[in-house]
Design a protein around this ligand. Structure first.
Ligand code: UD1
Length: 415
């Protein structure tokens, strides 16, 4: 998928099924490094990032087969504990193989990830946590060279509740000797899903989803069969589309308890949302109201929601302020919205949005996954056609994006 073409139009309606969470499945796939045998992961989204993680596992010697939404991973007795530059560069999330490789194989060679469209993205907390567990980490030629005898449990206080650092440390601690306590841990539902996966494998983790996670190390883990939680970011995308285009939707499988703050804010914007026996029901007002939003670690408004919400607020009635607290450089999509007629000014990590009645379709560009999706949602309410270039970014994180949008009434194509 190179381009997405969107023609602004009428309301959205009907039902759409939410796929498994990208930010969960990638980590579950990394966790398969921890035990020999055959894993079955269900509710897997068909997205480029899953294919990249599968490629990484295959480069290590595993086999990974996606059949519909069922992913089978066979992890052999011996693997090559290496994550090459090409794959880490293509997908930063690959860095989460470092912890499980050190814990299970005792060594790892993982490329250092570079910056990306969100700006600088350091991994110091990942490395610090793994060192505290006893790993010896050095850097050579752009690679992290890691070695570890058996890791030892300890108390690790994270400077910030980083999702990736919590996951890396967690996946190392499950096979460490003794008890690890992670303080100021990330509380995202995807982290809780990873802990559930690991516990099913035989790990002993208590408190995942809260800021203190306690892990009693075990000697061995075994393969499991597990279904990925639904993607709250995909659900948020459909809610944003609804806010812009109007209408009424049922988001099948969506979990309202994972989206409390989002539904609350969407409510302030005038959307009606409620839990539905099949997921989440939502209906849009005539025109949404302006609200101020702040990205924060879970359960706050996710940084990944912000581009989507800014896109919607660009046509809200009144002015809004969106504050990005997680990734300072994450406002590049604003220039694209401005090309479509939005009135948004970025100052440092704030975006000042003056809602306009309507946007107008234009040629624009997707800088990253959420930016691309946000622009597509904005385009649903724009006059004329929007052509989004670099749409391959959207395919990295969205399962059958255009097909699903079309099924609920969006006038969208891809080529
Ligand atoms: C994950 C998600 C991403 C989401 C983000 C925040 C995946 C694949 N990606 O990314 O979609 O936007 O959580 O919810 O799950 N930081 C450091 N040092 C570190 C680690 C992080 O300074 O060692 C900083 C980051 O620069 C950022 C903040 O901590 O400012 C949060 O990052 P983190 O939670 O680690 O995000 P990711 O796990 O990379």
């Amino acid at each position: 998928m190179q381009r997405i073409l969107v023609r602004g139009g009428g309301p959205l309606s009907g039902r759409v099924a939410i796929s498994g969470a990208k930010n969960s499945v990638l980590k579950l796939m990394a966790a398969t490094v921890l035990a020999e045998g055959t894993f079955t992961i269900r509710n897997v989204p068909d997205i480029t990032d899953v294919r990249l993680m599968a490629e990484l596992l295959e480069a290590m010697g595993c086999t990974a087969t996606l059949d519909g939404d069922v992913l089978t991973i066979v992890r052999p007795a011996e693997i090559t504990p290496e994550a090459p530059y090409e794959l880490v560069e293509a997908m930063r999330a690959s860095i989460v193989v470092l912890g499980p490789l050190l814990a299970r194989v005792g060594r790892a060679r993982v490329s250092l990830p570079g910056g990306d469209d969100f700006g600088q993205r350091p991994i110091d907390m990942h490395l610090d946590g793994l060192r505290r567990l006893g790993a010896d980490l050095t850097f050579e030629h752009g690679y992290i060279e890691g070695r570890a005898e058996r890791l030892r449990g300890t108390r690790i206080v994270l400077e910030y509740p980083s999702v990736g650092a919590t996951e890396n440390v967690l996946m190392a601690a499950v096979l460490a000797e003794g008890t690890t306590v992670i303080e100021n841990a990330a509380k995202e539902p995807e982290l809780a899903d990873l802990a559930a996966f690991l516990n099913r494998m035989g790990a002993t983790i208590i408190g995942a989803g809260s800021s203190t996670v306690t892990v009693d190390g075990v000697e061995h883990l075994h393969p499991v069969d597990h279904a990925v939680i639904p993607d709250r970011l995909e659900a948020a995308t459909f809610l944003t589309g609804l806010a812009v285009a109007g209408g009424e939707l049922v988001l099948e499988q969506a979990r309202p308890e994972h989206m409390d703050m989002l539904m609350h804010k969407m409510g302030d914007m005038g959307l009606r949302t409620s839990a539905h026996p099949d997921g989440v029901w939502a209906a849009a007002p005539e025109r949404i109201r302006a609200v101020d939003i702040n990205s924060l670690p879970y359960p706050g408004i996710a940084t990944d929601y912000l581009p989507l919400m800014v896109a919607a607020l660009s046509v809200a009635d009144g002015p809004s302020i969106a504050t990005e607290n997680i990734f300072g450089g994450r406002f590049r999509y604003v220039d694209e919205l401005v090309r479509m007629g939005a009135d948004i000014r970025v100052e440092h990590h704030y975006a000042l949005i003056r809602g306009v009645p309507r946007l107008s379709g234009a040629p624009v560009k997707a800088h990253d996954i959420r930016a691309g999706a946000a622009i597509a949602m904005a385009a649903l309410g724009a006059d004329g056609e929007t052509v989004i270039a670099d749409a391959q970014h959207v395919a990295r994180g969205y399962d059958r994006f255009v097909e699903k949008m079309r099924s609920i009434g969006a006038d969208m194509d891809a080529d």
